[in-house]
Ligand binder design. Structure first.
Ligand code: F6P
Length: 557
């Protein structure tokens, strides 16, 4: 299949763009209050259910005609072909000349997805079987450390996609995890991260998972070397006749695409869990990068999570755009970004278990769609990439919601809530959920000066209390956060990101913008470490900062 000429085209050239430009002008003369007064059926018209996630998007600044123009935009942009190309394993990550096949990670055993003459789903299931066997030996206590102790602590060392997915999934699925095992996640090269994560752990009972797609990432390799030292300084006793590699092989495993680097580090490739260059780091939590998740919840529940991902993949692949939840969420994001010049979307999960979900989404959305050129390298003519951010409710209500309600910046919101919690306690859950509904209501409908004055509020205070309303939100509701549900939720956002990137005509799967800083840091490290004053040849500000750091580093407190 050749690239649809629409894919990568500037959205400004599409007829739907002009329609939406005039729709936007018309929206200025109405409000959500008015739209609901005119059409009480909005919740039925503007809601959708997919794979058990119900989305009420009626409190968005849209009408029937706007939604149909947005769907037309998706069609004109070649989204359908682009989706098909992804699922067929075509090299749609053009700047890296790679397929984009995270959907293959959750394709059922026995399905076929050929890349360069290889059925990649067979390879995926081989790795899943290897992971499952290993996870079982850790969970059962069969896997022993070098001194014969069972493993009680699992420490994942990784960063970016090799950390954010695993830590988010562990927190999200804690209620389903083996409580006899302790899980820690070390990502930052700041020594505080490693030191604090390991200070109360026994090396003899600890397993490190070194998770790095490339196995070259500075932070991860630095932490991995510290882990090696931490293990060997306690566990390597030459008198026992055991070698350093005997110790490492019982206490370190690797997750990577780079077997050569894993071997060079001293980890036996038998203890390596592989994946492939067609899995982007930020799309890898359901690959071997999810090994810590599988150890925590067990292979069966990990498989439930994969089923959730796959069901949402199939919905995205097959549902007509007007009934396609990820497409609709992606289109709403484009609507606000390009026609309201909104810069951010807040994702507010009313679930403490999803406390790391916004952080996970930051990488997924911003590393994917923070791009300034289209697929053909030409400069974009529209804004791209929204800033996704958030905190769990109700905590955020007592912090930044003030700005969302009364500030001068329009921030569309995704609320996420559940009918039940795996850890019920008295009436907590009803109280929690009442707050989603109340916040969405307050954002949409606000409170007028007349309503406030009618309550007897002093005239000079009335303007301060006015709630402007007309602030959009989508409410996502599902039965309960389970492994399956997490899979559907993550895939929903992955495909919303795909939809946005496809309309903007950008490559959502590369990340060249993070490379320059890495190279510059490599040049600066020796200048900070050198005992002699180095000859600095940077810009004057960088030179001065390096000198100031060197002075601070050597100053006695
Ligand atoms: O620097 C960004 C990045 O390349 C991410 O895309 C990736 O998830 C992260 O670094 C970690 O990379 P690796 O898994 O290769 O260590």
């Amino acid at each position: 299949m050749s690239l649809d000429p629409a894919v990568g085209r500037s959205p400004l050239t599409m007829a739907a763009w002009n329609e939406l430009t005039s729709d936007r002008e018309q929206m200025s003369s109405t409000t959500l209050r008015q739209l609901f007064a005119d059409d009480p059926q909005r919740p039925e018209e503007f809601s959708i259910e997919a794979c058990g996630i119900f989305a009420d998007y009626s409190k968005n600044l849209v009408t029937t005609s706007i939604m149909s123009h947005l769907v037309q935009l998706a069609t004109e942009s070649g989204l359908r072909t682009h989706i098909d190309q992804m699922f067929l394993g075509e090299r749609i990550n053009t700047s890296e000349d790679r397929s984009v096949l995270h959907v293959a990670l959750r394709a059922p055993a026995g399905s076929t997805l050929m890349v360069d003459g290889v059925n990649v789903t067979d390879e995926v299931h081989e790795v899943l079987t290897h992971m499952g066997a290993f996870a079982r030996t850790i969970r059962s206590g069969e896997w022993k450390g070098i001194t014969g102790e069972r493993i009680r602590n699992v420490v994942n060392i990784g960063i970016g996609g090799s950390d954010l997915g695993p830590v988010m999934a562990y927190e999200a699925l804690r209620a389903y995890s083996d409580r006899d095992l302790t899980f820690r996640f070390v990502s930052n090269v700041d020594s505080a991260d490693f030191v604090e994560a390991t200070r109360d752990l026994e090396p003899a009972e600890t397993l490190f998972i070194i998770a790095s797609k490339t196995f070259t990432t500075l932070e991860t390799m630095t932490n991995a070397r510290s882990a090696r030292h931490w293990l060997l300084s306690t566990l390597h006793t030459p008198a026992s006749g055991q070698t350093e590699s005997d110790v490492i092989s019982r206490h370190c495993v690797a997750v990577s695409t780079n077997a050569a680097k894993v071997t060079e580090f001293g980890i036996d490739t038998q203890n390596m869990f592989g994946f492939w260059d067609w899995v982007g780091g930020r799309y890898s939590m359901d690959s071997a990068i999810g090994l810590s998740t599988m150890i925590a919840i067990g292979p069966k529940q990990f498989n439930d999570m994969l089923r959730g991902f796959h069901d949402m993949d199939e919905h995205f692949r097959t549902a007509p755009f007007a009934e396609n939840l990820p497409v609709i969420m992606g289109l709403l994001a484009v609507w606000y970004r390009n026609f309201f010049h909104t810069q951010t979307i807040a994702v507010l999960p009313y679930s403490q278990y999803l406390k790391r979900f916004p952080a996970y989404l930051q990488q997924l959305t911003m590393e994917s769609n923070g791009k300034h050129v289209r697929l053909d390298g030409s400069t974009v003519e529209t804004d791209t990439g929204l800033i996704y951010w958030g905190e769990p409710g109700t905590n955020g209500q007592h912090s930044f919601y003030q700005l969302i309600h009364q500030g001068t910046t329009l921030i569309p919101v995704d609320f996420i809530g559940f009918g039940r919690t795996p850890t019920p306690l008295g009436n907590h859950h009803d109280i929690l959920m009442s707050n989603i509904f109340a916040q969405a209501q307050a954002l949409a409908f606000g409170k007028t000066a007349a309503e406030i004055a009618a309550e007897g509020t002093a005239a000079d205070v009335v303007p301060h209390k006015v709630m402007p309303g007309n602030r959009p939100s989508t409410v996502l509701l599902a039965e309960m956060l389970t492994p399956y549900r997490l899979g559907t939720l993550v895939a929903l956002y992955e495909h919303s990101v795909f939809t946005q990137g496809s309309i903007w005509g950008i490559d959502s799967f590369d990340q060249w913008g993070v490379e320059l800083g890495k190279v510059l840091a490599q040049a600066i490290i020796p200048e900070l470490e050198s005992p002699e004053q180095p000859r600095l040849t940077h810009d004057p500000s960088t030179n001065a900062l390096i000198n100031r750091y060197r002075a601070l580093k050597n100053a006695a407190e």
